[in-house]
Each structure stands twice: as C-alpha cells, then as structure tokens.
Design a protein around this ligand. Structure first.
Ligand code: FEO
Length: 391
C-alpha cells in the first residue's frame, strides 16, 4: 500500500502481511498481521517511528521514495519485525540518527550489527523537538521485551505504542473504530504476547493513562481512534477479575479421555460453570491462550504415552506455563494402558502457574463407575471453589 495520512503531520507507512500464518514459528496468525511504521514531518525535523520486518523492507523503501531526508529513526523495540529494516534505512539516510532506549542499544548492535556511532539513547520522559511539534519518550519495559518504549506526540495527542496494545490483523482499514473483530484480535495478541508480563503491562497502562491520548498507533494492526476501549480491556485483562470458567484442553487416543472430558464438562455445566473444551490435536492455540486470560480453573486431560502425558498435551501445558495466566485452580484427568506418571510429569511442567491442584482422576482403560464418581466429585470440588470465589 501507499503511505496513508493519519494526521496533518503523521503518515502511516509499513507493510500488511496478508499471508503470514505463524509468528516466531509458533503463534498462529489466522488473520495475518501488519508492521506499521509512522513518518512524522515536523517543521524542522523528520522522524520515522519503527520500521518493518526485513522480508518486507522493499515496501517501506518504496513508500519512502520521495522522502529526501530522515533526521531520526525511533526504534521502540528491537524485535526484528519492527527493527529488521533499520540497517538498510540507515544506509539510505546517512545523516539519520537512530534513537532508542538505553537497554535497546546493545540489542540493536547484537541483533542487527548496527554501528554504535549511529545510535543515540533517550531517557524516560526525554523530549525531542521537531520544530513545531515534540516527541516525548516513555520507557515501558516488557511490552514486549525489556527495552521497549513508547513515543508520545502531544500536539496530535498521538501515542505510538509499538507491540503494546497491538493486534495481529492484515487489513486495509487504517482505523480500528470499535470493531469487535479488532477487539478479539487484540485479546488474542494480549494472551499470546503480553500475558506473561501482566505486572509490567499494568504499570505501563497506568503510565500511559496520565497522557491525553486521542489515538494509539501500534506497530501491529489498525490505529485505535477510540482508544478508551482497548485501554479498558487491558485494565480488565491484567486485573484480579475472573470469569466463572473452566478451560479444558485435552487429547484422547482411543476415546477414554474424551469420555471423561465430556462427563466432567456436563457435570460442571450442571453446576452453573462455563466450560471451554479444546481438543489439542486440532485446536488453534491462540484460542486456548485467549480462554486462559480470565479463567479461574484449568483441567488438563491426557492419555498416557510411554508413561508420561501425550506429547501434544506436554507441549500445550508447557506453553500455558510460559504464558503465566492468572488461573487459581487446576486439575488433571485422563487414562492409561498399564501404568502412568502423567500427573507427576504435568505437575512438574507448571511451576509458573500459582494454582491450587483440586484433584486428579486417572483411570486404567475405559472409565468405569468409580471413575465417573471421581469425576463428579472433582466437578463438585471445582464448583465449591467457584462458589466461594464468585459468591
Ligand atoms: Fe512485534 Fe515483539 O515484536
């Protein structure tokens, strides 16, 4: 796409990646993504905020064809989807200085082999005059890496937030409005990328809330022209509020664990609890991550493979542990052929989850009367904890 006007002095630039389906060779991108850069023309200085993924740098170079001079590039985050094209831009604009946080400097040198002489670091709340307007930098660590910062343009009440508050969507829409499709993509993005850093996210939300913001311009997805709702959603996701929800990821090899999962689901629903069930061999792990944002309880269902949990359950449990959702309770159910250490192994996989384990029901072969009774008792224990929580 060609550059697009955002305000009188700011243009959207960047690349829409319609075909990308995985981020970090891990995170599903069902709707693609975009790498947004923003060109700001002050009366004296011209600045580019972030760049694009190196695979798409030719698009940004084309958009910059008529731009004779860039005084500063601001690298808000070193991950390559935003910084990868910076080396070629520094070559194209030899007068240009690269601005970044103190922590980003060594990362930019290590990851992109940038000449340290081209880099100038900025401090928290440092201001840069562009003539008739100013940029103010705010350190916002851990959204997404330790070096991340955001940039505020007070004259336009515009906050450039890079990964923070973003969404993975390929779209021709410049502005998000209050589109529920963007809201869902933003929640998926939070779950997959920001949730592990919840404490920092909360602090950073508090920090940006001190600013008068008319628009938030992230480096993925459309610009928030009604930013109140995305900030409110983030406040909710990092809050202590829970949903009366059990998340039930599972695998079944010969049907026994499936029967157990369905029985438990029915027993929980009967007790007034919502259940979201995910068959892990086919599920979109982004949906699973989203369900974990505010769930009170997780129940992991696994058959036993070579004494341990099914490898797909192993992988999903490892991921859930890495995402550090605010879950309070957990349980494990499943079946085995002749022997199992699945419970011990799954328990060892979730040190980051500060959960109380409410019980385990493992059965040999197909579940029998005693196993169903055990599942019913587990449902009652879970329901009791939910009643205590929600009153
Ligand atoms: Fe969009 Fe952390 O990179």
């Amino acid at each position: 796409m060609e550059p697009r006007k955002l305000t009188d002095r700011v243009q959207w630039m960047g690349a829409v990646d319609w075909n990308r389906r995985l981020f970090d060779t891990l995170i599903p991108l069902p709707d693609g993504t975009s790498y947004n850069a923003y060109l700001i023309k002050g009366s004296e200085k011209t600045v580019l905020i972030d760049a694009v993924d190196p695979a798409m740098q030719s698009i940004l170079l084309h958009q910059l064809k008529g731009v004779e001079r860039i005084d500063y590039i601001v690298s808000q985050h070193t991950e390559q989807d935003h910084s990868g094209a910076i080396p070629v831009l520094l070559e194209k604009y030899p007068e240009c200085t690269l601005l970044c946080s103190e922590k980003a400097k060594s990362l930019l040198i290590d990851h992109l082999l940038i000449d340290p002489a081209r880099i100038k670091t900025v401090a928290d709340e440092e201001t840069l005059s562009l003539g008739d307007c100013n940029l103010k930098f705010y350190m916002t660590p851990w959204v997404h890496w330790p070096e991340t910062m955001v940039t505020y343009l007070p004259e336009d009440k515009l906050l450039f937030s890079c990964d923070f508050l973003g969404s993975h969507i390929a779209t021709t829409r410049l502005l998000a409005g209050n589109d529920p499709f963007v809201a869902e993509a933003a929640k998926r993005y939070f779950a997959e990328i920001m949730m592990p850093f919840r404490t920092f996210v909360k602090k950073n939300i508090e920090k940006i809330k001190t600013l008068d913001i008319a628009m938030v311009a992230p480096s993925h997805g459309p610009v928030y022209d009604q930013p109140d709702w995305i900030i409110r959603d983030y406040e909710d996701w990092v809050s202590d509020r829970y949903d009366n929800l059990v998340v039930l990821p599972y695998i079944s090899m010969h049907g026994s664990t499936e029967v157990m999962a369905d029985f438990l689901l029915t027993a929980l629903v009967k007790r007034g609890i919502e259940v979201q069930k995910f068959e892990l061999s086919t599920t979109d792990i982004g949906k699973l991550a989203m369900s974990l944002v505010s769930a009170l309880t997780i129940v992991i269902g696994t058959p036993t493979v070579h004494v341990g949990p099914h490898p797909t359950v192993f992988s999903a449990t490892h991921l859930a542990n890495a995402l550090k959702p605010k879950l309070k309770y957990a349980a494990i159910i499943g079946s085995y052929g002749w022997g199992t250490k699945a419970v011990e192994q799954i328990s060892g996989l979730i040190p980051n989850l500060k959960v109380e384990v409410l019980g385990t029901t493992l059965c040999k072969g197909y579940p029998k009367e005693a196993d169903f009774a055990s599942l019913d008792a587990l449902a009652e224990t879970i329901a009791q904890k939910h009643r205590e929580h929600f009153g």
